[in-house]
Design a protein around this ligand. Structure first.
Ligand SMILES: Cc1cc2nc3c(=O)[nH]c(=O)nc-3n(C[C@H](O)[C@H](O)[C@H](O)COP(=O)(O)OP(=O)(O)OC[C@H]3O[C@@H](n4cnc5c(N)ncnc54)[C@H](O)[C@@H]3O)c2cc1C
Ligand code: SF4
Length: 503
């Protein structure tokens, strides 16, 4: 960086809030460079976000501005373009690679903006492109990528091989919840304490809603997720010291009375840029090396961050702007109003009702309710994948374009026809029954597919297989399930029943 550039302002987006976004030693702005932050109201107007999400993002931005003091100019504007004009006119600005195609195209279109490399991920765009191009196929697999990242970043390695001799400990990490317990009995996750900045944010959001300027969905209870680097580090510490040990075994389990179980609740902190993924995986590995947590837990967590999170980020850029429009299964149904309103009492399905209630009150659930309850329902009902992506993006505190598009279009809705997964993620009620305690008190029965007691997930599963039989019977991982259709003597009745389902 030249002397002249020491005076060039550097723009921080609202998800670039940690120290690694202003570190000159890591390709960031000069240590004397003035900083610029823009709070653009149009972002909130564009979509009906969960209120807790709007609160978290504004709180985190304003807390960061307060920490940076005189070094930052914090502009409240209608749009980014207006904010930029107000702050620097036509002057030059640097910015780290933004996290959405739209924001990236916008900064690239401005001649006065110089885009610095992305931060907040382990693997660079160039490294991923080389890895993916070398595959020589348009189907990319997280498992291959993850192993490559483990090796190249020396994560949980012993010599040239994986610690413990196996790359994948998923087999140990898919245990159902302990029977007869309503919770896992692990220490509670970290809870931040609100500050005066949160009061200001809440009063702004109240005023904007009252004035009809913006509309929200969901509840804005006391803030549950970190808004500062200090809070995020406290959340990370609490997780690795008290909760990581039990993370692995029950990673995929669900309990109605213990919604967080042993999950880290760090996604929003990582996605706001308050934490760097490297420090998260390094701390988890250190806990295993010191003998404090079992390998399956450390590996499970490292896989989530160094595997899934990295993979999803790179798939978003590698597959390009049109990937979001994929709709291989030609699903076009709109999302029903009760679902978009998060009306948990509109459905008799106990699992769905609990999960929707959790989304409404917190803006968060762990990955299995997202994938095997919400996403699976959307897939079975044939809802439009773009609308489903938009819903997830708006309704979750950790939702950003880059993370939602691959997770929803690719992983949960199979709308890309298998470019990033080997088969659709969906199931009948038997899976939910095995992995949760939801079914016992449900008005439906997971084993019943037709009649008043028919479980909507069981019936929905067969309905989906029937609809896409031609496609799924050519998938080696689906063919057995599809052939199961031939054994159903009540298939016609089931299809008729599902045509009229309301909840
Ligand atoms: C349909 C669907 C939508 C999702 N949408 C989002 C989203 O908008 N934002 C988001 O951060 N995650 C998303 N995920 C991934 C995952 O569900 C959340 O990251 C996780 O539940 C957050 O809770 P946690 O921090 O306790 O995660 P943990 O279970 O403790 O996992 C640790 C970390 O791994 C990372 N991670 C794990 N899986 C993924 C993944 N598939 N994609 C990206 N990061 C991952 C997250 O940073 C997470 O904090 C989605 C998954 C599905 C199936
Ligand atoms: S019976 Fe079906 S609808 Fe009811 S909780 Fe179980 S899986 Fe969900």
């Amino acid at each position: 960086m030249t002397e002249e550039e020491s005076g060039t302002p550097h723009w921080l987006f609202g998800d670039q809030l940690g120290p690694h976004f202003v570190d000159p030693a890591r390709g960031g702005p000069h240590r004397d460079a003035p900083l610029l932050m823009i709070e653009a109201r149009s972002v909130l107007r564009r979509r009906r976000f969960h209120r807790a999400k709007a609160h978290l993002v504004l709180s985190a931005m304003r807390h960061r501005a307060a920490e940076l003091g005189d070094r930052v100019r914090y502009v409240k504007a209608d749009t980014y373009r207006q904010g930029l004009r107000e702050a620097v006119g036509e002057g030059r600005v640097t910015v780290h690679h933004p996290t959405s195609h739209a924001a990236h195209a916008f900064v690239r279109s401005l001649p006065s903006v110089r885009v610095l490399p992305a931060r907040g991920f382990l693997v660079t765009h160039d490294e991923f492109r080389t890895w993916a191009d070398d595959r020589g196929t348009k189907h990319l697999r997280q498992e291959d990528f993850y192993r490559w990242v483990r090796g190249t970043h020396d994560l949980l390695m012993e010599g040239d091989g994986p610690a413990g001799g196996r790359w994948n400990l998923d087999h140990d990490n898919r245990q159902p919840p302990p029977r007869g317990s309503s919770d896992l009995g692990v220490p509670a996750p970290y809870h931040p304490r609100e500050s005066e900045i949160d009061d200001e944010v809440r009063s702004d959001l109240d005023r904007w809603s009252r004035d009809g300027d913006v509309e929200f969905v969901g509840e804005d209870a006391p803030r549950r997720f970190p808004a500062t680097r200090r809070e995020a580090l406290a959340g990370l510490r609490r997780f690795v010291e008290h909760r990581l040990a039990t993370f692995g075994a029950y990673e995929d389990a669900m309990l109605a009375g213990d919604t967080t179980m042993s999950h880290s609740l760090l996604s929003s902190s990582l996605n706001l840029g308050l934490l760097d993924p490297a420090e998260c995986v390094e701390r988890a590995e250190a806990r295993w090396r010191s003998g404090d947590v079992p390998l399956n837990s450390a590996e499970g967590f490292v896989r989530q961050i160094a595997g899934w999170r990295e993979f999803v980020w790179h798939v978003y850029w590698y597959f390009g702007t049109r990937y979001r429009e994929s709709n291989t299964l030609r699903h076009h149904e709109p999302l029903p109003g009760w679902f978009t309103e998060l009306s948990s009492d509109a459905t008799g399905a106990n699992c769905l009702s609990h999960v929707l209630d959790q989304v409404r009150t917190t803006g968060w659930t762990h990955h299995i309710p997202r994938l095997m309850v919400l996403g699976s329902l959307a897939l079975q009902r044939g809802w439009d994948p773009r609308a489903v992506t938009d819903w997830f993006h708006r309704s979750f505190v950790d939702g950003y374009d880059w993370v939602m598009v691959p997770n929803v279009v690719g992983m949960s809705q199979y709308a890309d026809g298998g470019r990033m997964t080997t088969k659709p993620y969906t199931s009948g009620g038997a899976y939910i029954d095995r992995m949760s305690d939801f079914c016992g008190s449900c008005r439906y029965k997971p084993s019943v597919r037709v009649g008043d007691d028919a479980c909507p997930f069981t019936a929905g599963y067969w309905n989906l297989l029937h609809r896409h039989r031609d496609r799924f019977e050519h998938n080696a991982r689906m063919v057995r399930a599809v052939r199961g259709l031939d054994r159903l003597t009540d298939l016609d009745e089931l299809l008729e029943q599902e045509r009229h389902r309301q909840d």
